[in-house]
Design a protein around this ligand. Structure first.
Ligand code: CTP
Ligand code: MG
Length: 171
């Protein structure tokens, strides 16, 4: 078991390609009310959690809620892929605006494993090319997270490390 220290008042970005296990990880380690998921917000604004054309509106709404939580001093976890720099930079900016620490927890599952899981899901229908692009974006990302402003960065490589991890909130 590996304990990942995370400041008790942080804005946590889960980072990982589709199928990496972000939502599963969030559900295991955080209370449901602490987790804001881009899928849930897409469903809220567009009745369809996979509607990518709703992403801008969904993230507006998600960040609005995250801002309210951070203003009230509540740990908040954002469950979205965060493989692209622009997505992470908005999250870092939001954390800074509220004077809380941005943290990143990267779930780095091999693309083949993530694809096998994704293919088995009734609620995912995109092609392998989408996953390949996410993987490419993630690879470029990994070295940069500290420079982008994340003060806490944890990278979990592979299924075993992901499953063995627990979160330790630091006062
Ligand atoms: N899964 C699994 N074993 C795990 C973790 C996840 O079999 N240890 C399965 C889940 O049940 C799910 C799929 O793998 O069917 C993807 O996991 P999920 O947590 O939903 O991945 P996400 O990273 O949240 O994927 P997405 O970005 O598409 O939401
Ligand atoms: Mg998910």
């Amino acid at each position: 078991m590996t304990e990942l220290p995370v400041p008790a008042l942080s804005l946590v970005a889960l980072v990982g390609i589709s199928g990496a296990g972000k939502s599963t990880f969030a559900g295991r380690h955080f209370a449901p009310s602490q987790v804001l998921s881009s899928d849930a917000f897409r469903a809220m604004v567009a009745d369809d959690e996979t509607d990518q054309s709703a992403s801008a509106a969904a993230f507006d709404a998600l960040y609005y809620v995250a801002g309210k939580r951070l203003a009230a001093g509540r740990l908040t976890v954002v469950d979205a892929t965060h493989v692209q720099e622009h997505a992470r930079s908005s999250l870092v900016a939001l954390a800074r605006a509220h004077d809380v620490l941005p943290a990143a927890i990267v779930l780095d599952l091999p693309e083949d494993e993530a694809w096998a899981r994704t293919e088995a899901r009734p609620d995912r229908s995109f092609g392998r090319a989408v996953l390949a692009r996410q993987s490419r974006d993630l690879r470029r990302t990994l070295k940069r997270l500290n420079r982008e402003g994340f003060r806490t960065v944890h990278v979990l490589r592979g299924r075993e490390e992901i499953e063995a991890a627990t979160i330790r909130l630091q006062p």
